[in-house]
Ligand binder design. Structure first.
Ligand code: SDX
Length: 428
């Protein structure tokens, strides 16, 4: 049986190869479609279009499967930690103890940012959104490391990855301190990755900062669960910018901007504001579900639905259990968690959500955990970006390693005005 797909246009058959992935996914290779047929495909939102082959992450949206480099997310969440998963995503294999120690040491050694970079924070208004500062400061960082900007300088990639992963954390903490008008807290070389982030965010000169280990563990899991997710909007942005030959810093800065969108990484902030509105307004859960179903209302059930998952998002399942555990350990009785549970229960029984296979996604519970551990809402998406950074770095590398790589440049179908002549202004 032919391995090709056959497309019939105006009575003529065109054969197109079928590509099969290592997990059995099928794709039709249309690389020659326009040259052979004069036609292009049209797929707004790319819901049916593969942009690339990739070896980094695999999702089966119908079965609710998520694997980083072949390892199930449940397996990694139970046994690994963020820095080790970051190494796995970027270099493709779980590190040996010596590789992990070297990488961790590089993260510790590269936590400081140039003192002059601190002055950039002065240029932002006190209430600047930390995602605006993060994208700007990542590009500013590249000016202090010109030697790492060259996309072809592959021998320094361990240093580049460690520097960026470490310094994005410092930049995030400093932007939070700036918003509070508090002095910057420098990184502590004796603290591990997440504990150092919390230290830089919450330590103050006049009080001893006692950190509960459960908080660092909860955040480490959140970062790990956010570390990569195939060709999502922000990762696709990083890949498109990388395809133009742009350096890693500018590609990551573009990824931060895409992630900020409220339909994407900004949804975790949207979930909390939705739950707060329901709580403070004493809104009826049933009414909220009806509003979410009403096309005329702009109310969406934030943290629900997903382009790929038509089953539970496995990250939401892990975080759902984690939310209970973290709030229990911290002895927090957050009314918003209760509202989230009731919303989820009502939605999962409603035919509108069932028919459209709308389930809770990663953002539905992540915000509740971050809120419980004291992360301010407008830092939620920054934490998402810190988590997603190793995935973005892995995809940037994959684009740069592709010997057949081309600049990404989609086509379009023009639906504007036909050709027309200029009309002088006195004749208009
Ligand atoms: C992330 O891509 C990734 O991998 C992203 C991510 C990652 O790790 O990178 O997983 C992270 O971005 C998670 C998603 C976070 N966003 C939200 O929680 C925002 C709320 N969700 C929606 O806006 C929506 O579900 C999207 C954006 C997530 C997906 O949008 P799609 O695939 O374009 O779906 P759609 O808008 O075409 O919706 C299909 C139908 C529509 O109804 P009908 O036209 O069939 O009548 O489902 C409805 C939508 O109105 N719908 C919702 C809904 N989500 C979809 N209705 C109410 N509430 C919702 N949340």
């Amino acid at each position: 049986m032919s391995k090709d797909a056959i497309l019939k246009i105006e009575g003529k058959d065109y054969n197109m190869p079928i590509v099969t992935g290592s997990e059995g996914e099928k794709g039709i290779d249309i690389a020659k479609l326009r040259a052979d047929t004069g036609h292009i495909t049209l797929d707004p939102g790319f819901g049916n279009t593969g942009s690339s082959e990739s070896k980094i992450t695999f999702i089966d949206g119908d079965k609710g499967i998520l694997r980083y480099r072949g390892y199930d997310i449940e397996d990694l969440a139970a046994n690994s930690r963020f820095v080790e998963v970051a190494y796995l995503l970027i270099w493709g294999e779980l590190p040996s103890q010596s590789q992990l120690t070297k990488f961790s040491d590089m993260l510790t050694d590269n936590a400081l940012i140039h003192e002059n970079l601190k002055n950039h924070f002065e240029g932002f208004p006190w209430n600047a959104h930390p995602m605006a500062m993060l994208s700007a400061m990542i590009n500013a960082l590249s000016c202090y490391h010109p030697e790492l900007v060259d996309p072809d300088n592959r021998k320094e990639e361990l240093k580049v990855a460690a520097r960026l992963m470490s310094k994005i954390r410092t930049i995030a903490a400093f932007s939070y301190k700036m918003s509070l008008g508090e002095p910057f807290t420098y990184p502590d070389p004796h603290r591990r990755y997440v504990a150092n982030l919390l230290h830089m965010m919450f330590s103050v000169p006049h009080q001893k900062y006692e950190q509960q280990p459960e908080i660092a563990k909860a955040l480490d899991k959140i970062l790990m669960l956010h570390a990569d997710h195939e060709q999502n909007c922000s990762t696709s942005t990083v890949r498109i910018v990388a395809s133009a030959g742009s350096n890693l810093f500018s590609s990551l800065s573009a990824g931060v901007c895409a992630l900020w969108g409220n339909l994407h990484g900004g949804a975790n902030m949207g979930v909390i504001s939705m739950l707060q509105k329901i709580h403070e307004g004493g809104l009826d859960i049933k009414k909220c579900i009806e509003m979410a179903k009403d096309r005329e209302s702009d109310f969406r059930l934030m943290g629900f639905g997903h382009r790929v998952y038509k089953n539970f998002d496995p990250r939401a399942t892990i975080l759902r259990a984690h939310a209970d555990k973290v709030l229990g350990i911290l002895d927090i009785n957050d009314p918003l968690l209760n509202i989230a549970r009731r919303l989820e229960e009502a939605a999962l029984k409603d035919s509108f959500f069932i028919d459209r296979k709308l389930y809770p996604n990663v953002d539905f519970y992540s915000g509740l955990i971050m809120r419980a551990v004291g992360i301010p809402t407008d830092m939620f998406t920054v934490l998402f970006a810190i988590g997603r950074l190793p995935g973005w770095i892995a995809h940037w590398r994959e684009v740069n390693e592709d010997p057949n790589g081309r600049i990404s440049r989609p086509r379009q179908i023009y639906t504007g005005e036909p050709q027309r002549k200029y009309v002088p202004i006195d004749k208009r």
